[in-house]
Design a protein around this ligand. Structure first.
Ligand code: ADP
Ligand code: MG
Ligand code: MG
Length: 255
């Protein structure tokens, strides 16, 4: 069974004032079949964790480990991470002018599967996944994310998830900026992916509302660059009621 282990992860980012430590010792183990939610205030380092796992060059790992089935992820290139089964849905998906969604998806699937998907089967697969996510078929010929609304970008991220079928998916604020209907469609997409059973999900979010659609097995509170508390799904209800104040106070006095 697949396992993603994050051990005492320290990450700095280059800023105008020099390197700034953002992640200050993150420990987290996710097993296939599990959904973990990370919740925390803005600026606590949640996206930094997602980017560090995905291998974004701006984020410098200064300590700790990320292991996928015991393999050192931090030694892998971004492509190798994707082939190994890691997927990141970004908080702010990038626009790729001049590259159609259908070309982009096929290229990504070819890279991850190590061979081009058979065309007839692939076309059917894409059509079906787009229909399930309420994406207009005309989008297939549009440039990736160019001029997409926030909700359309998020649906496209989940379309990638559906087609690439990674072992582990990191979803960074996939719920942000979605209206109620889009939130339901996107959540259903994540749940279809989860139904495979042998996949793990790390759901990064600011709000509890997506957790009403996607039930987490574990909830972690993230503040000041680390996990400061962990619990079950009920922890999200406590956070909804009380907010993050007591954690941010704690992390500020500790730093
Ligand atoms: P969150 O996702 O929890 O809102 P982020 O990981 O985006 O938090 O940011 C954590 C901290 O790191 C913030 O203070 C942010 O300004 C800083 N930071 C993140 N990425 C960069 C970057 N590329 N350049 C400069 N500062 C950054
Ligand atoms: Mg933020
Ligand atoms: Mg963020």
């Amino acid at each position: 069974m697949a396992t993603l282990e994050i051990k005492d992860l320290h990450v700095t980012v280059a800023t105008e004032d020099g390197a700034k430590e953002i992640l200050k010792g993150v420990d987290l183990t996710i097993k296939a079949g599990e959904t973990h939610a990370i919740m925390g205030p803005n600026g606590s380092g949640k996206s930094t964790l997602a980017y560090a796992i995905a291998g974004h060059p701006k984020y410098d790992v200064t300590g700790g480990q990320v292991l996928l089935d015991g393999e050192d992820v931090l030694e892998m290139s971004v492509d190798e991470r994707a082939r190994a089964g890691l997927f990141l849905a970004m908080q702010y998906p990038v626009e790729v002018p001049g590259v159609s969604m259908s070309n982009f998806l096929r290229t990504a699937a070819t890279a991850v599967r190590a061979e081009a998907p058979a065309l007839r089967h692939w076309v059917k697969e894409v059509k079906q996944s787009m229909a399930e996510l309420d994406i207009d078929p005309a989008f297939a010929e549009r440039s990736v994310n160019e001029g997409f609304s926030g909700g359309e970008k998020k649906r496209h991220e989940i379309l990638q998830l559906a087609l690439l079928k990674p072992k582990f998916a990191v979803l960074d604020e996939t719920d942000s900026g979605l209206d109620v209907d889009a939130l339901r469609v996107v959540s259903e997409g994540v749940n279809r992916y989860k139904a495979n059973g042998d996949t793990g999900v790390l759901l990064i979010t600011h709000y509890t509302r997506i957790l009403k659609h996607i039930t987490p097995d574990f909830v972690h509170v993230f503040a000041g660059g680390r996990i400061v508390e962990s619990g079950g799904a009920e922890l999200a209800d406590v956070l909804e009621r009380d907010g993050y104040v007591r954690y941010t106070d704690k992390s500020e006095s500790a730093s």
